[in-house]
Structure formats: C-alpha cells, structure tokens
Design a binder for this molecule. Structure first.
Ligand SMILES: Nc1ncnc2c1ncn2[C@@H]1O[C@H](COP(=O)(O)OP(=O)(O)OP(=O)(O)O)[C@@H](O)[C@H]1O
Ligand SMILES: Nc1nc2c(ncn2[C@@H]2O[C@H](COP(=O)(O)O)[C@@H](O)[C@H]2O)c(=O)[nH]1
Length: 204
C-alpha cells in the first residue's frame, strides 16, 4: 500500500477584538516572527492616516468617494462604519492569497467578524481579549492616537464588543507585556486548524 498524508488546507483567520486590545501589535509581532505561509491582508479605510502609519502596511487609505466605488464594484468582502469612518476587507487580496495556498489573516472589528461569519462561517474567528478593562484603557491612552472624545467612545463600546465573545471560535488573552505569548497561542490555533481531518469550507 502507498500512503500520503492529506495536504493541509489554507486557513482564513479573522482576528478581532476591542480597539486598543493589541491586534496591530500582535500582527506586527507575527510578521516579525515570519510564521511560515501566512499572508496578512491590509484593509482599506477612510480614516485619516496617523503620523506613524504607512500606506499599504497599516491600511490602504482611501477617500470616501474611492471607498464608495469599492462598495459599488463589490470589491469588499465586508465593510463597516467604525467610529465614524469606513473600513473594509479587499476581497480579491484574500481570494488570491488563499488560492496561492497561503493562510490569510485579516483584522476587523466585531461587526466585521459577524459579517464575515455570515459569508464564510468556515473562517477561523479569534477574539483578542485584554486582561482587564483597566489594561485596555491604559493601552488606548498610552497610544496617544485618540482625542479624549474618541477615546471615551472606543472605551464605552468595548464592553458591548466583549459581550460578543460567543460568536468566536477561540479567545486569546493579550497579557500585559506578553505579546509573544499571544502570538504563540494564535500559531497553535493555526497549527491545529491546519491539522483538521474535516476541513473548513471557505466560500468567498
Ligand atoms: N501585550 C501588550 N502589553 C502592553 N502593551 C501592549 C500590548 N499589546 C499592545 N500594546 C500596546 O497597546 C496599544 C494598542 O495596541 P494596538 O494599536 O495594537 O491595538 P489595536 O487592537 O490594533 O487597536 P485598534 O483596534 O484601535 O486598531 C499600543 O500602544 C500597543 O503598543
Ligand atoms: N469591519 C472592519 N473593521 C476594521 C477593518 N480594518 C480595521 N478595522 C477595525 O476598525 C477599528 C478601528 O481601527 P483604527 O485603526 O481606527 O483604530 C479597529 O477595531 C480595527 O480592527 C475592516 O476592514 N473592517
């Protein structure tokens, strides 16, 4: 008898969590650690570019009319208005990366995760959690990117987002000063998902 183990199927990871929990910090560390075969799809936003942000790395920065065109051309896997700006996931980039056999990671807010779950429940939904609301507030404040009013808005939204935990497949706690531990946990989830006997079906 000849035997070959099954080929692992590409996985679509949807990373979500309240603003300031550390999604970008975790993604940045994942990139630094060069997890093999993983592609990160940069999302599109109409939000103003922050001083240290780089076009194409942090976001694709679009004007509102340009964003509207993407919606009309059905080029976004999902889109949402978040804190007064528009954000969306470019469908073609996700599709092409999966087609090339890569595992794909996208970062969205909780409403984005809910939308993607409706479209393709076969994605893997990970909720990044803060150790406490106090830590979340400290992180968002330290980042110095939000006006006091915007900070308040984001912090008031967080408890409602945290109530959506049951929608997710996994939670990962981003403990203070332990980003690598969160990355280890995501890498373990990815490894387990790739070893599934019954593959998840990704429909885009
Ligand atoms: N484990 C951690 N320990 C300490 N500080 C952290 C940790 N993770 C992230 N931070 C810091 O917390 C702040 C918020 O992190 P980050 O910008 O990555 O959050 P985010 O979830 O991507 O936010 P948003 O949803 O608003 O884009 C940053 O200053 C980041 O350096
Ligand atoms: N639904 C979507 N949410 C997205 C997308 N890209 C980013 N985000 C989330 O928006 C908020 C605000 O982000 P910020 O950079 O202004 O702090 C945060 O939760 C992001 O994760 C997207 O394509 N769709």
């Amino acid at each position: 008898m000849t035997f070959k183990p099954p080929l692992p199927a590409p996985v679509l990871i949807v990373l979500s969590g309240p603003s300031g929990v550390g999604k970008d910090a975790v993604l940045e560390r994942m990139k630094e650690r060069q997890l093999p075969g993983v592609k990160y799809v940069t999302t599109v936003t109409t939000r103003a570019q922050r001083p240290r942000e780089i076009e194409g790395r942090d976001y694709h920065f679009f004007s509102q009319p340009e964003f509207k065109k993407l919606i009309e051309a059905n080029e976004l896997l999902e889109w949402a208005e978040v804190y007064g700006n528009f954000y969306g996931v470019p469908k073609a980039a996700v599709r092409e990366a999966l087609k090339a056999g890569h595992d794909v990671v996208v970062k969205v807010d909780v409403q984005g995760a809910a939308s993607i779950k409706k479209i393709t429940p076969g994605a893997v939904f990970i909720f990044l959690l803060p150790p406490s609301l106090k830590d979340l507030e400290a992180r968002l404040s330290r980042r110095l990117t939000e006006s006091p009013a915007a900070l308040k808005r984001r912090l008031e939204t967080a408890p409602h987002e945290l109530e959506q935990l049951s929608m997710f497949d996994y939670f990962v706690v981003n403990h203070e000063g332990r980003i690598d531990q969160a990355v280890d946990c995501i890498a373990a989830i990815l490894a387990a998902e790739k070893a599934r006997v019954h593959k998840r079906n990704i429909i885009l």
